[in-house]
Design a protein around this ligand. Sequence first.
Ligand SMILES: [Zn+2]
Length: 373
Amino acid sequence: MEDIKDCSIIKIKDSVDLFLNDDHYLMVYYMNTRQRKSFRINDSMVNLLQTIDGKKSVKEIVDIMLNEHEVEEEQTRSVIEMLYSHKILTPVMTEQSFLTAEEVDRYTRQINYFSEFSGSEIDGLKAQKKLFDSHIAVFGCGAVGGNIAVQLAMAGVGSFTLYDDDFVEVSDAARHIYYDENSIGEKKVNALKRELLSINSKINVETVDNYMHPDSDVNSIITDSDFIINTLDEPYIGYTSAKISRLCVKHNKPHYIAGGFDAHLASTGELIIPYITPCVECYASHFKVALKDWKPKKHPVIDRFRDIGGLASMSLFSSSFASIEIVKYLTGITDINQSFKIRGEFLFHDMSLKYLNLRKDPDCKVCGKGAPE
Ligand SMILES: [Zn+2]
């Protein structure tokens, strides 16, 4: 019990519900992870649970159990230890130096959520602090990239670099929750920066008003960031994703490829953790093999301009899915190396979600054996 000392004030975690079943079993329901556990219980344990009120220290509780309920000190301590090891109780945060009271108040539900996965309330606060300290680069401030930035700002991410040279058009007001009629004609990076600062005036936002050319040097943006998101579909998403993923693997930076609505309508995107999950080149090799027998016929219609359809809610779905994965990665509350998802697609007509079955290519020339040292 490294976090629990005699002077620690302890309480039952906010995210845990407790029920008594026939007075013999304690049913524990973990509301965030949806787990259930049950324990045999006796009257002494019921008394102990009633004594743990978030105001008394371990020492006070041990004394009350001894003096009022004749329970030996060792026995009380071992039950407290058992409740702690099962993530049922936590030390109450009284004083800590890394978050202000205002910050704890603002993010209290998130901290509660994180703490159920990670252990104690202190671990939940540490996870929140990791978000404050994170710097995210967002290439492409469209319906997916911009909405990811908005959600990460809401989650408390402290620094952003936004990269896009596009202007807000009238159709953007129908597809983005952060561009409205007043933004039309404005640079997307400026309109999105204003939105992020309206969510949290304390965050740092840098903007880069550039088009992605083959010789555009984005190395320093990538090395200065903890996590990189690419949704730039100009000149086209395949090109920008290959370029950014290659640089991110080189600098060992986790990244998310989430744009390209023309090829898939509501993609869950690709979380890429270099050398663990497939990189963009691994996906490209996969499709080269999977589509080797597909021979394009001549297009019967020439010079067509096509704007692929979609609903704002579908890009919000993609951006929300990506944001959850990114928050999991940045906070480290789950072992994402074991639980990541490969690219999937949500289908509107039957509400299904289908994932590709793909693993990292061991011979990949970017992240595999063939990669330059
Ligand atoms: Zn690869």
